[in-house]
Design a protein around this ligand. Structure first.
Ligand SMILES: Cc1ncc(COP(=O)(O)O)c(C=O)c1O
Length: 459
């Protein structure tokens, strides 16, 4: 690697001159300069000046086994030498996607026995959308094609992904979303529950919004409901435990398919291999990506339940859909090794029984009481910190999101990478975090909150 021949400033200049980034205001970035992460090890990332930062976001919700895993590099190297690429079109296959499909269906809920590969979560959601509509067409009901999603959902950045998602800013730039997708309320109790309403009742009310949308369209027009088990990019919004079983009951009542987007929650994040298991539901499709390879290779897997798979196979006819890199042998070899590491080290059980509960307690006890914090919440190793001006009234600072960005910038300066989305700070660390790493993170976040509060007082 030759980046060492360049100074940070030079890299930033080249970056600004030639590299368009995702989800970035390029004018602003060119003025501020980009943050260049040059290498990483274990739970830490290092910028090109060598500054060490604790990575509270596992890259982008993906590096679950942490950085610097030689075994994953070796698996990729060995596979590249053996067979770097061959396609899985036209009745061909290669060994690693076959073995990975077997492994994934062993880990997934019992009724899930088929896998369709892509290279990203967005692609996998495209596939899921195509597949559920194709399913109903094969069943002789092509008009049953409407999808119900939720406001503030994130399902990716392709046109289908953004259309399925409920992010207003993204829709505003679509200039024509995929038709027949509607968005209902999200299960976000902190802002949407009524005075005196229990968490349980709020969960049922949020689920009722799905039923209302089905009835409004007519059940014979609705193909599926799609949701993230825990809304991630929208601000780690954790639904009440009553929500998902009720959504599933409603979907079954009206014969509407259930699509679960587990791009973030898949592979251990909530303390089970899949959040479907955490919430006790049996979705017809489960979209996964990210931690499938711990981000060491781009790979997604749409896990397909028996109901859809049976129709696809029994009715036959070509499904005109697929990607060149579907089932990429190198990515699948890395995924197999990644899952082996997770199992060997018991990372999922550790989140469930040790680090997840410890993380929840540490956030409550050490962050939750801060003047700037309205609520902390977590499930497994994903958490959120709500930034407020007034704890009692939940009033936010203006302009919206500005104080969260201030806290984020102080946190990074303290050696703690976390994300600010709106007025919510988000954490989604590698699953290798220990109690000590959680303590270190809380110390740094508490310091960042104090510094932000001091800045606000000066204003
Ligand atoms: C829930 C969810 N779905 C889909 C995606 C899109 O995945 P990708 O960026 O790999 O296309 C993301 C990305 O963060 C996500 O959080």
């Amino acid at each position: 690697m030759t980046y060492q021949n360049y100074s940070l400033k030079q890299l930033q200049q080249i970056d600004a001159a030639h590299h368009l980034h995702p989800f970035t205001d390029h004018k602003e970035m060119r003025e501020a300069g980009s943050r260049i992460i040059a290498h990483a090890n274990g739970p830490f990332i290092y910028d090109s000046d060598g500054t060490e930062i604790l990575d509270g976001m596992a890259g982008l919700w993906c590096v679950n086994v942490g950085y610097g895993r030689d075994e994953l590099a070796d698996a990729a190297y060995a596979q590249m030498k053996e067979l770097p690429y061959y396609n899985s079109f036209f009745k061909c296959s290669t060994p690693t996607p076959v073995l990975l499909a077997k492994k994934l269906t062993e880990l997934a809920p019992k009724h899930v026995n088929q896998v369709f590969y892509g290279s990203s979560g967005s692609e996998a959601n495209d596939t899921a959308l195509r597949l559920v509509r194709h399913y109903w067409a094969l069943e002789g009901k092509p008009e049953k094609n409407r999808i119900i999603s939720r406001k503030s959902a994130y399902h990716g950045s392709t046109i289908a992904g953004a259309s399925l998602g409920g992010m207003e800013q993204m829709h505003n730039q679509l200039h024509g979303a995929v038709p027949n997708i509607v968005h209902v309320m999200m299960p976000y109790a902190y802002e949407l529950s009524l005075p005196g309403e229990s968490d349980h009742d709020f969960g049922l009310r949020a689920a009722k919004a799905v039923e209302d949308a089905i009835l409004e369209a007519g059940a014979d027009k609705v193909a599926a409901f799609i949701g993230e088990p825990v809304m991630g990019a929208g601000g780690v919004k954790i639904p009440p435990m009553s929500y998902w079983p009720e959504v599933q009951r409603i979907c079954r009542k009206y014969d509407v398919l259930l699509m679960l987007d587990e791009v973030i929650t898949g592979y251990g994040r909530t303390g089970e291999w899949f959040a479907a298991q955490t919430f006790g539901i049996e979705p017809d499709t489960i979209t996964t990506a990210k931690a499938l390879t711990s981000g060491y290779q781009p790979l997604s897997a749409l896990l397909v339940g028996d109901r859809i798979a049976a129709t696809l196979v029994e009715k036959g006819g070509e499904f005109y859909h697929g990607y060149t890199y579907a089932g990429h042998p190198v990515a699948c070899a890395v995924a197999l090794k990644n899952l082996e590491i997770m199992e060997r080290e018991g990372l999922v059980e550790r989140v469930k029984n040790d680090t997840g509960p410890y993380f929840a307690k540490a956030l409550q006890e050490r962050i939750g009481g801060h003047d700037l914090v309205g609520e902390v919440r977590s499930i497994g190793l994903m958490g959120a910190i709500e930034i407020v001006r007034d704890k009692a009234t939940k009033e936010r600072f203006l302009p919206a999101g500005s104080t969260a960005v201030l806290v984020r910038d102080h946190a990074v300066a303290q050696g703690m990478m976390l994300r600010a989305t709106g007025d919510t700070m988000i954490l989604s660390p590698p699953l290798i975090w220990t109690r000590e790493t959680i303590d270190m993170a809380c110390d740094r976040i508490a310091k960042a909150l104090d510094l932000a509060q001091a800045d606000l007082h000066k204003r």
